[in-house]
Design a protein around this ligand. Sequence first.
Ligand SMILES: N[C@@H](CCC(=O)N[C@@H](CS)C(=O)NCC(=O)O)C(=O)O
Length: 209
Amino acid sequence: MSQPSANPTYKLTYFNVKALAEPIRVLFAYGGIDYEDVRFQREEWPAIKPTMPMGQAPVLDVDGIRVHQSVSIARYIAKKVGLSGANDWESLLIDVAVDTVNDLRQKISIAQYEPDEAVKAKKFEVLKSETLPFYLEKLESIAKENNGYLALGKLTWADLYFVGLLDYLNFMIGFDLTTDRPNLKKVVDNVTAIESIKAWIAKRPETEC
Ligand SMILES: N[C@@H](CCC(=O)N[C@@H](CS)C(=O)NCC(=O)O)C(=O)O
């Protein structure tokens, strides 16, 4: 099976939103890696969907070889930019943080994309009264233990993953999840203070989520 070159070209394809692609874009920005940021409109999706490996986006073309799954792609780019673990144990702790943030994302999504309005309202009630307080308290104490990071007490791709996803989570839930969570806010501040990421945030397209 063909493999990309040592210095490949990258093309990231996704809807014109931050959502699942933004952690990958933030990682590219952090590493100063050039890539083509292809964004399509919702109306274009039905024609694009059949061309996707699993009928979903985002996908990354690496030297023209197409891969899917946003977290796997983020982990791959994290290795390229030096934000993954130094050994298997460190990598495990980073993955634990990433998977916990992703679990939270999935729980919010289940409520957000519920088609029945009455059921959706009920799901949001449970989300706001039980699920969010539980997850946010856990994540807040993880960030506290790690001194404003989500793993290893230093910057890893788990922090960029969380911050990259945060606008989408906030959009779905309708408020800023870091409100009254000073240590989670510190994670955001630590990531957004990085010059290359600050520059990306300043120049990226304005999107609703
Ligand atoms: N596990 C996949 C999920 C991808 C996913 O759910 N993509 C959504 C957009 S956020 C999608 O393509 N939706 C359109 C569809 O399924 O038709 C990943 O993380 O990349």
